[in-house]
Ligand binder design. Sequence first.
Ligand SMILES: Nc1ncnc2c1ncn2[C@@H]1O[C@H](COP(=O)(O)OP(=O)(O)O)[C@@H](O)[C@H]1O
Ligand SMILES: [Mg+2]
Length: 367
Amino acid sequence: MSQVSLCNVTKIYSNNTIAVQNLNLGVENRELMVLVGPSGCGKTTVLRMIAGLEDITEGKIYIGKYLANNMAARDRDVAMVFQNYALYPYMNVYENIAFGLKLRGYPVPEIEKRVKEAAQILGVERILQRRPYELSGGERQRVAVGRAIVRKPLVFLFDEPLSNLDANLRVQMRAEIHRLHRRLRTTMIYVTHDQLEAMTLGHRIAVMRDGKILQIDTPVSIYNNPVNKFVAGFIGSPPMNFINGKIIKKEGRLYFDEGLFQVKVSEESRKSLLNYVSKKIILGIRPEDIYDRLFVSEAPPENTLKVFLEVVEPMGSESYLYLKTKENRFTAKVASSQKPGSGQDVELVFDMPKVHFFDKDTEKKIV
Ligand SMILES: Nc1ncnc2c1ncn2[C@@H]1O[C@H](COP(=O)(O)OP(=O)(O)O)[C@@H](O)[C@H]1O
Ligand SMILES: [Mg+2]
């Protein structure tokens, strides 16, 4: 049985904003579920409804065995780490971590034991007497997590806990959250707008947009098999290229015709695209699935194209090639040792079995 279930949950705020719409989500015991989506898509609202900080307009929320709709926040067995940490400025670290337990009337020795344990897990034993203003961003973040850990809840809710940290610290803390989850083995729902964080942390990812979940699956499945153009473009960096063109039929074979170049539709995709002959369509290809012709042995000529290379961006071990035709712009990612010079036409190969096609009107993936 799921540890947390949302069944057809809708949230309409008093100003008539529909923040969450008919949402279904089941989080398994010990799972680390990541909700990811752009700012304003309803992520925080989902967490706040689970925590009991926000009424739900319609639907049901179960936590463990219990229907939680009418349960007070303090009676729910969940602990939330807020985006801004919400530490009490006049309490020191120890008191901040202990506060929730004190409020719930835990005996002092038990509180001491739990705070010590959490402080040790998070490496903040030496700063227990400091106030929040005496802490770095990373330390504040740890204290906020500590406050949640000592509760030993059934479920942790994390609302973009790393978004206030600088890039290096974010990478480090991401790994720490991973370790924390492995150590505590508690169900976690983790919210972020950062697709990389979602990909690296989540057992499963739920991609959200406009108050709805578009797709729930493992990171690899979402990466390889996005349901629509939005998910395809949101997960992966640099993002998937979308190239406008149409499907044409030549001598019984299907080709994608960009205007400047044509590439042959793979056998696997052929059947699904028969209905699209002569119609406009969007080809999706990830930058890493476009190769420099010079470095491909036996490049199939029907998947080879010549386009103008506008800019080369060296990124260290890899380089991004910014390419341009009359109708489209797209990016290729190649090893830096293989990067061609800019300002000229280059020959590229599309890895056609890895290409996706999207319906121009519905933006759903066709194949
Ligand atoms: N208290 C509120 N009252 C009215 N509208 C709100 C409130 N909180 C959030 N919203 C709106 O609900 C939508 C979802 O917000 P939120 O859940 O905070 O998104 P996210 O966390 O994904 O950025 C947004 O359009 C936001 O403006
Ligand atoms: Mg938010």
